[in-house]
Design a protein around this ligand. Structure first.
Ligand SMILES: Cc1cc2nc3c(=O)[nH]c(=O)nc-3n(C[C@H](O)[C@H](O)[C@H](O)COP(=O)(O)OP(=O)(O)OC[C@H]3O[C@@H](n4cnc5c(N)ncnc54)[C@H](O)[C@@H]3O)c2cc1C
Length: 272
């Protein structure tokens, strides 16, 4: 039911920001319409576990309708916002218009390739369930392809995983791939030793987790967990120099660049 005398709040995006805003308005005399292109809220911090087959997709995706089921002033629309008519105070969904008195835009961020957008086709970011599932498919397929490969140098190449960006996502993904190779899959193959997989983490800054000092809201256990992962997989080479020279070191500037990139996994930084 729409209350014509109550302010209409439209929220674009049902991520952390949009959902928090909707829930904060639960006891306010407004009508909330939350619009998201998906029918689920995604817990992005655990995407890397879906990407490495440690979690099923539905473990980190919850239906937005179910989350807001008990909030009577909230309506959920599964639509893609295509524009905003600020003069006419309406959100555009193609030809459809959703009028608002107050608008909250919480559509998230995109990742950045730091001026190298051409890398994206070889190495997708990890922002969506689709990204995580396509990385999962590539990682698992690499082990499968290595198992049936007779050429030892090709086998080595297939088990060579390169991640660029030693921020939290890159570090977590590197640790998770190492865990997959050195623990989960270690007894599952007959012709390859999954633990021989080489995982290279490349960081342009002077140290891994360069943004860590700003993440003061994270619990200390988590810090310890990260450190444990880095320590545990300390055989993972860390290139603490510019990304370009590290890429050159990794052989990506050579004619093998495309094939190496095909096996690489990246953890690009978000772009607002
Ligand atoms: C791999 C990864 C790991 C992370 N780990 C951590 C962590 O450990 N700790 C931490 O604090 N943060 C972490 N973050 C960051 C955190 O997830 C983000 O800061 C947070 O999700 C941002 O919330 P948001 O609501 O702004 O955007 P999002 O959560 O991205 O939500 C945006 C929503 O908008 C929707 N949307 C976008 N465009 C449209 C459109 N045109 N029409 C309709 N809907 C649209 C999307 O479907 C999505 O549901 C991580 C992020 C990633 C990607």
């Amino acid at each position: 039911m729409t209350f014509v005398d109550r302010p209409r709040v439209v929220i674009a995006g049902g991520g952390f920001g949009g959902l928090s805003a909707a829930r904060a308005l639960a006891r306010v005399a407004v009508d909330v319409t939350l619009i998201d292109r998906h029918n689920y809220h995604l817990f992005q911090p655990l995407l890397y576990q879906v990407a490495t087959a440690a979690l099923a997709p539905n473990s980190i995706a919850a239906p937005i309708r179910a989350i807001l089921r008990g909030q009577r002033n909230a309506t959920v629309l599964m639509e893609t916002v295509t524009g905003i008519d600020t003069a006419g105070r309406a959100v555009l969904i193609g030809e459809q218009r959703v009028a608002y008195d107050f608008l909250i835009i919480a559509t998230g961020a995109r990742h950045s390739y730091f001026g190298h957008d051409e890398w994206e086709k070889f190495a997708p970011g990890i922002k969506t369930l689709f990204d995580a599932l396509s990385i999962r498919q590539q990682v698992l397929s690499a082990f499968e392809a290595a198992e049936v490969c007779n050429d030892s140098s090709e086998r080595r190449r297939l088990l060579n995983f390169i991640l660029i960006g030693a921020g939290p996502t890159g570090v977590e993904l590197a640790g998770a791939i190492a865990e997959l190779a050195k623990a989960s899959l270690v007894h599952d193959f007959r012709h390859i030793d999954p633990s021989s997989a080489r995982i290279v983490l490349i960081e342009a800054g002077p140290r891994v987790l360069p943004t860590r000092s700003g993440w003061t809201h994270l619990p200390t256990e988590r810090d310890a967990w990260w450190c444990a992962k880095i320590y545990r997989f300390r055989d993972t080479p860390r290139y603490l120099r510019s990304a370009t020279s590290a890429l050159r070191r990794a052989g990506m500037e050579s004619r093998r660049r495309a094939s190496l990139l095909r096996q690489s996994k990246w953890g690009p930084m978000p772009r607002a």
